[in-house]
Each structure stands twice: as structure tokens, then as C-alpha cells.
Design a protein around this ligand. Structure first.
Ligand code: 2IP
Ligand code: CA
Length: 432
């Protein structure tokens, strides 16, 4: 099997004074939360390896791409293979993080259930077992006896991965307050399609494997606010000679007055960056003057599924600075990286697992992710001061299935409050 590498974004920044490893040892402080983010990064790297293996290992790729062929008799089964890979990643995260933080596995949530039915009508609960062999045996039952594919998957699930020290500094958060949202593969459609030669425009890929992300976000079970997150891009860069993909991951922690991120707070990363990210929200912007227009100028990334009304308003305000890209996680990452100022979505088809991790990173950079329609409603009620951020612990009432965890009011992901304000000014007339 070919080895693939991922690298962290390298640059570390913190708004805190950091404790050196020596300081930590001398204080005897149990730096649990920096271990937690390391465990999440580690789990995301393993998930990235599984995602790459499913595309690159012949025995798995065959199962994955079958889905594209219409009308095949085993279509349902191969659709389930993608689900199986998703569930396996979810279980790997539960297993690995749960081993280090016993009990947290009960508060790790995702879209899929781990219950499968195979061709023989047997009900199987997919999980990571004690040994690689046991996991392979269990997976082969779901894969109707395909031992080769089961062995490759089990090997990825049990492999040892080393990640560099993240050097987060000391963070003390009670573990029993933590819930975790996992999206094992965001932008599934791009993942299955597997386009590798898409070209970026202003650093942004509108489609292709670059839009695939693995999202792991931790939130406060009581308040619902995001606390830490990892966004892993398993197909970030392809080597033109070997065709091998390498990944990239980004992380951030925001808790109380602690804000730490793998990116500098003013990092531009070659993109159109917001120059300030901790500006107070401007009050009652008057429209019309040159200064106001300057204030309201921003760049945005949108879903191709955005409504015509919102697209038209944003196009008028942003001109050429409007981009389209696949993947809720990827679009949020474009904001994190400063390629655009905002990601706006007025529809209700993103979910808690799509947003929790990038939201935590944006928060650590002084930005956030607001509930678009709730913010607009508050303004219509005359309350321009309070913005409503997305929360992660409250389901939508009277709804079943995945839609319970939809972001009902849409969203605005932003790094700077002034850009959130500009979006809300612009969309103040849309129906909420
Ligand atoms: C999807 C995925 C889609 C996105 C949708 C998410 O998650 O990110 O790309 O739609 O909102 O729920 P769009 O690309 O139009 O933003 P998944 O791929 O996990 O189903
Ligand atoms: Ca998703």
C-alpha cells in the first residue's frame, strides 16, 4: 500500500500565554484538553487514510464507484459501501478517542447508525474490535464475504499514525460537558465522482476531490456552543508525477477567553482575507456613503443550491467576488482560510455535523457561524445588537431522522463581525 502524508498547517498561534512542555511537567498539570485536540486530529488523519484507501485500493474502489452506474442490480449494496466506510470512520473515532477519554464515546454523534443488514439478512453492528483480524471478520460479514476488501478496511482502521505535537498550551475543560459531531465524509458526491483535475479560481475549487472534508467538532452539551474542531482535507494536493494525494488539516479551540488555532489570527494564506477578525459589530450602518459602501464590500462563497433571490442580492453587492463551491465543510474552510469573507446559505440542508468543527475554528479566529434567519428575525423585531450563533445541542422540534439536526435557519460563516453585519443588512428584506 502506498504511504500518503498529511501535514498540519504549521503556523501556530495563540491569544494565550503558552506553557512549555517543561512548565507543564513542573506544574504537574494534566493537560487533558490539548490531548483531546491531538486525539481528534489523530482520528481525522486515520479517517483521511481510510477515505484515500477507499479511492485508491482496487478492492475498495471497485465497490465505491459502482454507485455511479445506473440501474445495476447491486446498486443498493454499493450505496451501502459508502455508508459502511462512513460508519467505520465514525466507529474508529469513537474507539480511539473513547480509549483515551473513557465515556466520551457515548456523546459522539453522526448521521449514520452502525446497524447493517447483509445479503443473508443478518443484522450486524459495525464496530472496531480488539484486533485487526476480528474487525476484518466482522466487516466481511457486512461485505457479504468480501474478505479482501474487509482486510484492507480493517488495516486502515487499526493502523498506527503519528502526528506532530500540536503545542496548544494549557486548556482545562471538564470532559463531562463535551459532545462531539462527526461528519466522516462531507461532500459525498464529489468524493464518489472523484474529479482530480479541477482548477481553482482565487484559490477556491468549485468541485473536485479538494472539496471533500472530514469534520470533527466538539461542543458544550449544556450551552450548545462549539469548543474545538478539526477540518481535515484528505485530498488537498496531488503530486503531478506520482498522482498521490496528500492531505491537510486545520484545528482550533475556543473556550472562555482561550482561543488557539493552527492558523494565525491574521493569516491570509494567499486568499482574499478579511483584514480584521475581532472587530466589534458596527451599530446601525447608514447606507449610501462611500465609506459605508466600502464597509459593505465583501467576498462570498455560495452553494449552487442557493435561492435565486439571495444569489441576486449577493451578486449585486459582491460583483466578481462571488464564488461557488461544493461541500458545506469546504465552503466553511474557505472562510477559515480567508479565501472569502463569508459563506452564506439561506436553505435548511446543512446539519450540525457539517458546521460544528469549522464553527469552532472560526470562533477561535474571532468570527463565527450565525443562524441567518434567526438574526434577520431579531432585526425585524428591532433587535440589531444580538446575533444568534448556531448551537449544537437542540434538535428541531417535531421532526424525525437527520432533519432533526438541520440548521433550519440557514447560516452565515464569517471571520469578521463587520462582514456578518454587511450580509444581514443586505438580506434584511428576504422572507424569514
Ligand atoms: C452535504 C454536502 C453538500 C452540501 C450539503 C451537505 O453533506 O456538504 O455538498 O450541499 O449541505 O449537507 P452544497 O454543496 O450545495 O453546499 P454530505 O455530502 O455529507 O451529504
Ligand atoms: Ca455533510
Amino acid at each position: 500500500m502506498v504511504e500518503y502524508s498529511s501535514r498540519s498547517t504549521g503556523k501556530h498561534s495563540s491569544k494565550l500565554g503558552l506553557l512549555s512542555p517543561e512548565d507543564k511537567r513542573s506544574t504537574g498539570f494534566e493537560d487533558k484538553m490539548s490531548d483531546m485536540i491531538a486525539a481528534l486530529v489523530h482520528a481525522s488523519e486515520k479517517a483521511a487514510k481510510i477515505a484515500r484507501a477507499c479511492r485508491l485500493e482496487e478492492s475498495l474502489f471497485g465497490l465505491l464507484i459502482e454507485e455511479k452506474k445506473e440501474g445495476e442490480k447491486n446498486k443498493k449494496f454499493v450505496t451501502d459501501f459508502k455508508t459502511l466506510a462512513d460508519v467505520l470512520v465514525q466507529e474508529v473515532i469513537k474507539h480511539d478517542v473513547g480509549k483515551q477519554f473513557p465515556g466520551i464515546e457515548n456523546n459522539i454523534f453522526g448521521e449514520e447508525s452502525n446497524e447493517f443488514m447483509n445479503g443473508l439478512g443478518e443484522k450486524i453492528h459495525v464496530k472496531v474490535c480488539e484486533t485487526e483480524q476480528e474487525t476484518a471478520k466482522l466487516l466481511s460479514k457486512v461485505l457479504d464475504g468480501n474478505m479482501k476488501a474487509a482486510e484492507v478496511l480493517a488495516r486502515s482502521a487499526h493502523q498506527n499514525i503519528v502526528i506532530p505535537d500540536l503545542n496548544t498550551g494549557r486548556i482545562d475543560i471538564p470532559q463531562d460537558r463535551l459532545g462531539v459531531w462527526v461528519d466522516p465524509i462531507d461532500s459525498t458526491f464529489q468524493y464518489i465522482k472523484g474529479v482530480s483535475d479541477s482548477k481553482p479560481n482565487n484559490n477556491i475549487y468549485s468541485c473536485g476531490l479538494q472539496c471533500v472534508t472530514i469534520l470533527i467538532g466538539v461542543y458544550d452539551l449544556h450551552s450548545g456552543t462549539p469548543i474545538m474542531g478539526v477540518v481535515n482535507q484528505p485530498f488537498a494536493v496531488q503530486d503531478p508525477e506520482t498522482q498521490r494525494w496528500s492531505g491537510q488539516y486545520y484545528w482550533g479551540i475556543s473556550y472562555g477567553t482561550t482561543n488557539v488555532c493552527s492558523l494565525g489570527p491574521h493569516s491570509k494564506n494567499g486568499g482574499v482575507s478579511s483584514e480584521s477578525n475581532s472587530m466589534p459589530a458596527p451599530q446601525h450602518l447608514k447606507k449610501g456613503s462611500a465609506a459605508d459602501l466600502e464597509e459593505e464590500r465583501f467576498s462570498a462563497v455560495l452553494s449552487t443550491g442557493e435561492t435565486v433571490c439571495v444569489q441576486t442580492l449577493l451578486k449585486e453587492a459582491c460583483g466578481d467576488n462571488i464564488h461557488y463551491a461544493a461541500g458545506a465543510g469546504y465552503k466553511s474552510l474557505c472562510v477559515v482560510l480567508g479565501f472569502v469573507d463569508v459563506y452564506v446559505f439561506s436553505e435548511d440542508t446543512t446539519f450540525k455535523w457539517d458546521c460544528c468543527s469549522p464553527h469552532a475554528i472560526l470562533k477561535s479566529l474571532g468570527g463565527g457561524m450565525a443562524d441567518l434567519k434567526e438574526c434577520l428575525r431579531r432585526r425585524q423585531d428591532g433587535n440589531r445588537e444580538d446575533c444568534s450563533e448556531l448551537v449544537y445541542n437542540v434538535p428541531v422540534q417535531d421532526v424525525k431522522g437527520a432533519d432533526r439536526w438541520a440548521n433550519k435557519g440557514g447560516l452565515v460563516a464569517y471571520r469578521s463581525h463587520k462582514h456578518l453585519e454587511a450580509v444581514l443588512n443586505l438580506l434584511s428584506g428576504i422572507s424569514v
